[in-house]
Design a protein around this ligand. Sequence first.
Ligand SMILES: Cc1cc2nc3c(=O)[nH]c(=O)nc-3n(C[C@H](O)[C@H](O)[C@H](O)COP(=O)(O)OP(=O)(O)OC[C@H]3O[C@@H](n4cnc5c(N)ncnc54)[C@H](O)[C@@H]3O)c2cc1C
Length: 495
Amino acid sequence: MFLRKLSFGSLVELSEQQGLGADAVRPRVAIIGAGITGIATACHILDAGFECHIFEAGDKDVVGGIWTKVNETSSLQIHSQFYRFHDAVEWESDYPKRKEILGQVMRLWERYDLARRTTFGCKVTSTYQEEDGKWVVNDTANGYYDGLVAAIGTCGEVYSPSIPGQQSFRGQVIHSSELDVKAVKGKNVLVVGGGASAVEALEFACDNGASSVKVLARSERWFIPRHPMLNACLAGTIGDRYGILAYILGFFLRLIFYREFWDMAPPMNGKDDLYSGTPIVNSRVFELMRQGRASWVRGDILNFTRRGIRFSRRKGGAKEGSLGEERIEKGDVCILATGYRRPSLSFLPKSKASSKYQPPNWFLQVFPTENPTVCATNCTWKDGIGSVGGAHIGIYTRFLLVFLLDPRTAPSETIMKAWVDLVHILKRPYPGGALAFVTSAELFGWFLIVMLVQPALWPWIGFIWNGPGPDPNPKESQKARLGPTQVEIALEQKQ
Ligand SMILES: Cc1cc2nc3c(=O)[nH]c(=O)nc-3n(C[C@H](O)[C@H](O)[C@H](O)COP(=O)(O)OP(=O)(O)OC[C@H]3O[C@@H](n4cnc5c(N)ncnc54)[C@H](O)[C@@H]3O)c2cc1C
């Protein structure tokens, strides 16, 4: 409540106080992608009293992005309270499944009248700035924008690698995004992969009457229990520069949580520590393994055979591809839990800079170091402990709006590059990489520091941090405040 009071009113009032004419207060933003990031960004922009337009490659059925492509049983790994991607989101369950998540997405969609602000079937392949700095998305027929938000996520097309000998396998091969009760009931199930999708496939098969379930994983992964307080504490860690905390936490996790499956955890070698990759949040896998309903082996897939998969089992800590014990892992069904291809940001103008300042080595991880009018929210990160659906979406959006509105606040190329270099120096021996791995606490720490060291941003701090809050009647206020969208203007001009 107190923090909300510190938000100093609307962006319009604020900009007037800052001596910026009312005409200046109309940045329009193009958003690429209609997943939760794109939709939440649009709502935050509308809450602040500005306009936006979403360009989505898919059709109407993909509103909600990756959540429209997963199984009915797919659920959040983390507690829903860490996944409030907009203040208007109201969760009923602690770990909501696909239907509830898409329900919340659709609530925002309707409430903010986003249908009229979205172009479907529009895969963005290029973006460029006109001489006056206005952005064009694919074609001028799509209108002109002051800023761009790339919200394309990290999960694109389904990735199904072709494994040698697959045709000879007499069983069924399916991808983990197409789990089906009939396919697993009474069957010996092999799961290829060792990430969150493999865990989901393992649980699904166990819950739907599989005779046996065996996960064939290439490498070890950190598992952390599904416990909101513990998860918050892990995400709340900052500055574990030498990996001491990760070592201690990793030791206790092995001792108390992994126990007899101790060697399923990554080796304690200073490189694969807890704070170096995204852990899997799950408390059930070890339980199912203790009950003898599932098993997990590590090694390299060699090829399919008629009855299963030829697999080279490796001991804990042995490098991928190193010599292991060869055997046939028998199965009737194989689930490829091999994830998704990462969508490309190649539609953004190519960086003139050296390869050093490529994503995620951008200002605050999301602003290209040459251009603060672009914000690539939730699609530059590689690993982390935190939430994709967190309050940072709103904060990034409001940073962008303020940079667009008040050019005095927009960081120069030199400042943005210096910031990236500084983070690299401060995090130097950090195994996860300076900007490739972040925790939520780190992210919010950066936001605070950037706002505090830049005097031009001081008047905007309350707005950036809190925002104006959800608009009680967004449809009406948008109608009153603004005219047609940029796309509508462009279409009118064309006719
Ligand atoms: C089963 C499952 C569980 C998960 N659990 C959690 C969790 O507990 N916590 C968490 O934080 N995250 C979790 N995630 C991660 C999840 O990906 C994110 O939380 C979130 O849904 C990502 O949303 P997004 O909008 O950034 O990307 P997406 O949902 O991938 O949406 C991106 C959209 O951009 C569109 N697009 C891509 N390229 C273009 C282009 N060139 N032009 C136009 N449109 C384009 C795509 O069609 C898509 O609709 C989970 C994911 C899965 C699959």
